[in-house]
Design a protein around this ligand. Structure first.
Ligand code: KIV
Ligand code: ZN
Length: 388
């Protein structure tokens, strides 16, 4: 049975850039956007056109440079924002205006200082204005994770009637937990009478470290677009990470009725590029793209992987753009990994006794060093041979 398409909406260049200290120049944004296009990301949110002249120029430059992915600009539900977004998107082969307004009681009361009826009216006006300027309009209910479900049903129905073709339900403050968030999505799809005329989207923040789990639960409940960023970059604790979402859907295909169009070979190169451009290092133990994601240090694991890779690997390093997986020699490493590395270096001991001596020296050294490099091994072999 063929699977439904899961739209990958990358917001590295917009929400990712909202990470304090992660701002990017126009040229840097274009470089990243071109990589995202090669990766076959469906939608690239290039910026917030009204936020600054620089952001306007960046959205425009990305719209000029990218032709295969849809290019999107964010805008508040305000006439000037929407006009500015449409202007920046003029060169786009495929464009989208993404307009939003807050729907949670706390945001409506304190931030917007508006009544719920006024919020619905403003949302409808914004979506209609955007639809007069461009075919593809997304509407987001900001802080949906803390919004009332009846009110969400009402505003979503109105936005779809006004012409929105993607409805985004953001967990703006990372408050959701998987089961409840999935239930919110399920109810919206069931209860909104015209829900079949829109794609439901999720946009999760990582304040509780649940952004990816929440997004995946929502996909199982019917969401067909996920909004995410490379390396999980984004406001505060970040957004759901693209690489984790894509590889979860691919690796656990048994659990999902959807598939993405992403070419995973570009995941690691794009992660590196985003890290270099922003100056945000990727933590070594970050899933998929961290330098330890496919590295094995313990003897038991190394022995298993050397006998059959899948004993301790659920994905293949090469599939996501790594050159290879790695066996790291350290104090937990075993004889099999030690011997294998020596053989790779072209070193073969004449006797098992010599190998044992070298292995003992290696263990003594490993107790003093975090990692044993090839140069350490060469020195160790010289010492062993000298002692023989
Ligand atoms: O987190 C959020 O609610 C957003 C919206 C503007 C989509 O980034
Ligand atoms: Zn966000």
């Amino acid at each position: 049975m063929s699977k439904e398409h899961l739209v990958i909406f990358d917001t590295t260049l917009r929400d990712g850039e909202q990470s304090p200290g992660a701002s990017m120049t126009k040229d840097e944004k274009v470089r990243i956007a071109k990589m995202l296009e090669k990766m076959r990301v469906d939608v690239i949110e290039a910026g917030f056109a009204i936020a600054s002249q620089g952001d306007f120029e960046s959205v425009k430059a990305v719209a000029e440079a990218v032709k295969e992915s849809r290019v999107c600009s964010l805008s508040r539900a305000m006439p000037a924002d929407i006009d500015r977004a449409a202007e920046a998107l003029k060169p786009a082969a495929l464009g989208r205006i993404h307009t939003f307004i807050a729907t949670s009681p706390i945001h409506m009361k304190y931030k917007l200082q508006m009544e719920p009826d006024q919020v619905v009216e403003q949302a409808v006006r914004a979506v209609k204005q955007a639809r007069n300027l461009i075919d593809d309009v997304e509407f987001s209910c900001e802080d949906a994770g803390r919004s009332d479900i009846d009110f969400l049903c009402r505003i979503v129905e109105a936005a779809i009637d006004a012409g929105a073709r993607t409805i985004n339900i953001p967990d703006t403050v990372g408050y959701a937990i998987p089961e409840l968030y999935a239930e919110q999505i399920r109810q919206l799809i069931e209860r909104v009478p015209n829900s079949d005329r829109a794609i439901f989207s999720v946009h999760c923040h990582n304040d509780l470290g649940l952004a990816v789990a929440n997004s995946l639960a929502a996909v199982q409940a019917g969401a067909r677009q996920v909004e995410c960023t490379i390396n999980g970059l984004g406001e505060r604790a970040g957004n759901a990470s693209l690489e984790e979402l894509v590889m979860a859907v691919r690796t656990r295909a048994d659990a999902f009725e959807v598939e993405t169009g992403i070419d995973p070979q570009f995941i690691v190169p794009t992660s590196r590029l985003v890290s270099t451009v922003t100056g945000f290092p990727v933590q070594p133990n970050k899933a998929i793209v961290g330098k330890n994601a496919f590295a094995h240090e313990s003897g038991i694991h190394q022995d298993g992987v050397l006998k059959h890779r899948e004993t301790y690997e659920i994905m293949k390093a090469q599939d996501v753009g790594w050159h290879t997986n790695s066996i790291v020699l350290g104090k937990h490493s075993g004889r099999n990994a030690f011997r294998t590395r020596l053989q790779e270096l072209g070193i073969n001991f004449g006797t098992e006794q010599e190998l044992n001596t070298a292995f003992q020296l290696f263990k003594q050294l490993a107790d003093k060093k975090h990692e044993i490099y090839d140069e350490d091994l060469q020195a160790l072999v010289t010492d062993t041979r000298a002692a023989a």
